[in-house]
Design a protein around this ligand. Structure first.
Ligand code: CDP
Length: 794
């Protein structure tokens, strides 16, 4: 257990995490020794290997496939095509957005990298070699690459598989009040507009996606080891698609090497591994390579946003409105709650108290990989925060106001919480000004502005960027939120063994966030057993209660609450058992951490370990109390939690090359009650690195023919330690009023909040050139073009 101290002295002395605070991660001994156990580490007797043939073009009719030579290749056991799947009724699978996606192409290729055939062989090499022997004839069609042209009359119709489809339109969605917002805009002193593009990026986890399917034809059982963030939801969907009864399917998600939303969806590769196992009667492993991951699994963002902000001349922000064009690729496979086709984008009013707001979102198909996942964010909150935080900066420039001052003037006030915003959210709690002021104090904001002024006089390019974000994390409640009809709630089970050691079983699944530590800490806090004595079991549907899984920073808000409540339930049961053991009445007992004792006589009591033994022993238990010391709950959250933060980024730009260097980054986060500050800082460091990557380097572009230009880590650049500064983190604590321990989510805050801080800093540095906006990523060539007064054509 490390010393419980704030990471930055300037943050002040309000670090009061629960219980064991900065406890070192229980999972690290295996990770730092290279003993993690990932899907690709699984080796089963007789296991075969699968490889996928992928389409080289973005849009084409499939004329013919000849698999004869591939089948004859040594070591090959099966070559599966779309026609084979059609016969099994498995050629198409439902997506998480109620669309369908081809598992293997039957009629038409719809994006470059789409799955065309599956080879199963003795090893990966034979499988890959056989792919090259499959002869495919394509009739190439013109692709739709630009979402802006997807709805043009005469644009090629991508989804002609859908009956009656004559265009590429998916949905129109809106939130807020249009008439009210238009009226506020019509009478405002100042209105500014800006088109803002959040480009297509990829979660790019270190471990790519993969599965090992083991179907036993004798008893009809399927064990599927899978890189998934949501094992229970996957099991239900596999049962619905395959016809294998759900109780005969076990999904195991072992250690996961990063998810970031990439491992929420069900990819054709997972289904093909299952089909391969059924066809060959052997276990089949499929693990994609890096290019397959970048080209075909879920992308993120790809929003073209028309932003407008209205204000008074003295800087009172009145209203926001936006129209968004959302590029969903070839299949609508976005992962978000059913009622919200644009996810939680309608939190785009941010941290400000507005008179009105309105947004519309139109989704379209293009010949690009499907997805639209919540990449390290809660369902499009990243796009929302980027829009509002860029618009506020653009307004500050127009009004010639300091961007920090403009934000401070417009924040929702502490006394306004719970705050109903104009698009239907109720923010649970917040106190924004102290958080903003702390970040400014840590940054030395006034001094930075003085330094910038001096540097500008010398022609040096220094920029200071601010972002203040509010997130909405922890989806449900189940009455409002579901994925494919499965309500967003989570279960927890807690069992104390006779010797006082415990096991807590949860339905969420860690991908590196340290749940084995923090969930044990929550139980330890509630029942007083040391966290070392509490095992956290997750990632196996045979071993854990049903729940919707880990994404959108929902583990702590939802499952963390479930764990606190199940521990309280066990504590209450322990009271009755202790009373029986002490031959007194339950109401005469009082709790202190770890033990029930007789009111007024603290020397007479029973510890949790003694009570656990008593529960399994021979003492006569009261009516209604069965033996054992255990409980289970399903937690349906009453609302989401609304963490927030203030970020300040300082950049220097080389005027000769346009290279942006992030010199400093100050991040003050408020995620309510903190469980493990060390883990929180780790989450923030990772998220900030992600954010710098998106702001400066990451983009998946396509050429006019629909070729993916970001299909390798030579082209899709992700940040390393070289690109990031020493992070300066601080925090404030505003507990959630409805969460049992007051915790809000934090896993994705930094990815959400940091891109606008970096871009605002870059644009600030370029102010002497008259630049008011530039689209991400701010690569040296784009910055240089902006300095020349040029922007890229859309
Ligand atoms: O769902 P996900 O685990 O990605 O996100 P999260 O619930 O925000 O949690 C990320 C990690 O930070 C977990 O280990 C949490 O338990 C921990 N955390 C914390 O220590 N205190 C909080 N208030 C929130 C999260």
């Amino acid at each position: 257990i490390l010393e419980d101290r704030p990471s930055n002295p300037a943050a002040g002395d309000h670090d009061r995490p629960i219980g064991h605070g900065r406890m070192q991660r229980k999972e690290d001994p295996r990770f730092v020794r290279g003993k993690g156990h990932y899907v690709d580490d699984i080796v089963l007797p007789g296991m075969l290997h699968g490889a996928i043939l992928r389409a080289p073009v973005a849009h084409a009719r499939l004329v013919s496939i000849d698999t004869t030579a591939a089948l004859a290749h040594p070591g090959v056991h099966a070559v599966i095509t779309g026609t084979d799947l059609q016969a099994l009724g498995l050629a198409w699978a439902p997506t998480l957005s109620m669309d369908v996606q081809a598992v293997l192409v039957t009629d038409k290729v719809r994006f470059q990298g789409q799955e065309v055939a599956f080879v199963v062989a003795d090893d990966r090499y034979a499988a890959r070699d056989a792919l090259e022997l499959i002869q495919v004839e394509y009739d190439v069609l013109p692709p739709v690459v630009d979402a802006r042209k997807a709805m043009d009359p005469g644009a090629p119709v991508i989804r002609d598989d859908l009956e009656g489809r004559t265009d590429n339109h998916i949905f129109d969605w809106e939130a807020g009040n249009k008439a009210e917002t238009d009226a506020v805009f019509a009478s405002a002193d100042v209105v500014v507009k800006q088109e803002i593009v959040y480009p297509r990026v990829h979660p790019a986890p270190m471990e790519t996606c993969g599965a090992v399917a083991d179907f036993d034809p004798i008893d009809g059982r399927l064990i599927l080891y899978e890189t998934t963030q949501a094992p229970h939801a996957h099991r239900t969907l596999f049962a619905m698609v395959s016809g294998i009864p759900e109780h005969k399917i076990r999904v195991v998600s072992p250690d996961i090497g990063g998810g970031f939303g990439n491992k929420v969806g069900i990819y054709p590769g997972y289904i093909l591994a299952v089909v391969g196992s059924i066809v060959t009667g052997k276990p089949v492993k499929w693990v994609e390579d890096r290019s397959e991951n970048l080209m075909s699994t879920s992308f993120a963002r790809d929003y073209i946003m028309q932003g407008e902000i209205a204000a008074t001349r003295d800087g009172k922000i009145l209203a926001l409105r936006t129209n968004v064009l959302a590029d969903h690729g070839a299949f609508n496979a976005t992962a978000q709650p059913t009622k919200y086709p644009a996810g939680f984008f309608h939190i785009f009013t941010g941290s400000y108290d507005l008179a009105a707001a309105h947004c519309t979102v139109t989704g379209v198909y293009t010949n690009k990989a499907p997805g639209g996942v919540a990449y390290a964010c809660s369902f499009r909150v990243t796009e929302a925060v980027y829009l509002v935080e860029r618009m506020v900066d653009i307004l500050a420039r127009k009004l010639e106001m300091d961007p920090a001052e403009l934000r401070l003037k417009n924040f929702i006030k502490k006394e306004q919480f719970p705050y109903p915003n104009k698009t239907g959210w109720e923010y649970d709690s917040g106190d924004y000004e102290p958080t903003m002021r702390l970040s400014m104090k840590m940054a030395g904001y006034d001094e930075l502005r003085r330094e910038q002024k001096e540097k500008r006089e010398r022609g040096e390019l220094m920029g200071i960027g601010i972002s203040f974000f509010t997130e909405t994390v922890g989806a449900g409640p189940r009455k409002d939120m579901d994925i494919l009809g499965l309500g967003m709630a989570d279960g927890a089970e807690l069992r104390i063994h006779p010797t006082g050691k415990a096991v807590v079983r949860i339905s969420v699944q860690s991908q590196g966030q340290g749940h084995e530590t923090t969930f044990a800490q929550i139980v330890a806090e509630e029942i007083g057993i040391p966290p070392e004595d509490i095992d956290v079991v997750h990632g196996d549907t045979d071993q854990t209660p049903f729940g919707l899984g880990t994404y959108g920073s929902r583990s702590t808000p939802v499952s963390g609450a479930a764990v606190a409540l199940v521990a309280r339930k066990v504590r209450e049961k322990a009271r009755f058992i202790a009373a029986a053991m002490l031959e007194t009445r339950p109401e005469d007992l009082e709790w202190e951490k770890g033990r029930w004792f007789v009111k007024g006589d603290p020397s007479v009591g029973k510890t949790m370990a003694e009570i656990a033994m008593g529960a399994h022993g021979t003492v006569a238990l009261p009516e209604g109390i069965d033996g054992n010391l255990d409980a289970e709950v399903t937690y349906d959250p009453p609302n989401l939690t609304f963490p927030f933060g203030a970020y300040i980024c300082v950049v220097d730009i080389d005027p000769g090359t346009g290279h942006v260097k992030v010199r400093r980054f100050i991040a003050v986060d408020d995620c309510g009650t903190r469980i493990n500050p060390m883990i929180i800082e780790g989450q923030i460091h990772g998220g900030l690195t992600d954010g710098v990557g998106m702001a400066l380097m990451e983009i998946i572009e396509f050429d006019a023919e629909g070729n993916c230009l970001g299909g390798s880590l030579m082209d899709y650049l992700i940040p390393t330690a070289m690109e990031v500064p020493d992070w300066e983190t601080g925090f404030t604590v505003t507990p959630s009023p409805h969460h049992p321990i007051g915790a809000k989510g934090v896993g994705e805050s930094a990815t959400v909040g940091s891109p606008p801080a970096v871009v605002n800093a870059v644009v600030d540095a370029l102010a002497p050139f008259g630049v008011v906006h530039m689209d991400m990523p701010c690569t040296p060539s784009r910055v240089w073009e902006a300095m020349q007064g040029r922007t890229r054509p859309p």
